[in-house]
Design a protein around this ligand. Sequence first.
Ligand code: ATP
Length: 351
Amino acid sequence: MKLLVLAGDGIGPEITAATLAVLRAADARFGLGLTLDEAAIGHAGLQAHGHTIHPDIVEAARRADGVVLGPTATFEFKDPARGEVNPSMRLRKSLDLFANIRPARTYAGFPLRCGEFDLVVARENTEGFYADRNMEEGSGEMLVTKDVAISLRRITRVCSERIARAAFELAQRRRKRVTIVHKANVLKVTEGLFIEECRKVAREFPEVVVDDVIVDAMMAHVVRHPQRFDVIVTTNMYGDILSDLTAELAGSLGLAASLNAGAQHAMAQAAHGSAPDIAGKDVANPLSLILSAAMLLGWLGVRKKQKNYEDAAKAIDKAVEQAIAAKEATVDVGGRLGTRATGEAVAKRLA
Ligand code: ATP
């Protein structure tokens, strides 16, 4: 199968190189028959061809079996007329990657912040307050006068229904519990519609226990007692914020893996940003992207009925677990290695 690999900015090239080392080791051991094609995006893309993500790269992503996307300097890309768009947004929108699945679990080997836990945030990925993807044309943010700015948030039944379905299907394979996170006490219409769709889908999954929690209270609940949660389903922005918190509670943002999945395509992407403060220092934790790549292999395994892909995904998870326990990982998760050596350590365990 063909994977398109896009390294990105900041720590992107370093964590992507480490991830490629692990993918090659997985390929060798499980006979995956992977072709790993690379293309320049972000600042490297601007320099090479004047686009943070060239339209040809979007088409290549469409043709590939999956995408591995490194973080990009999104904040610095402001002017679409100069080829500056957020590559992650462009891919999520073009490939209709509506479910952003962000697991957070603890590992043995370094001090736990809130005890052991294992949960997943299922975040809607294609609308909400994200002005760059919730409009057919134009932006969902407007400067009305130079002192007045407005953002529009779009919530639709179809997008709410499909993320709810993804969450319930996931919960059915896990501990059979879904928590709907919302702010329906204030945003009664939009959040009300979201809850309504989640509750409708819930009726098709009678064995899954459902509750709902207001997003502000959720911040306290998840810090106090993350063990209470299994799958959390929520709208775009709450999911984005909440999943950074849950990743950090699990140990480090450097463990924040995610998969962007749609009906036809999937893309592995660490949940954190390009971390310019630590770029180029060989200290960034690559496990976020390595674990994201494992999620992609697992998704491909199920979708294309290739058991060796599912086995490879499980083996990568196991190798990461063992590497952390042996302190063969970066400092943020209690290890003593750099980015490259962490990738090599996981690859070696796989081999
Ligand atoms: P961006 O603008 O691209 O979102 P950012 O620095 O504002 O970048 P993040 O990249 O998410 O936001 O980083 C937030 C904090 O977490 C930073 O201090 C960063 O160093 C740390 N961090 C993020 N990713 C990792 C990682 N893989 N390993 C270690 N620390 C990380």
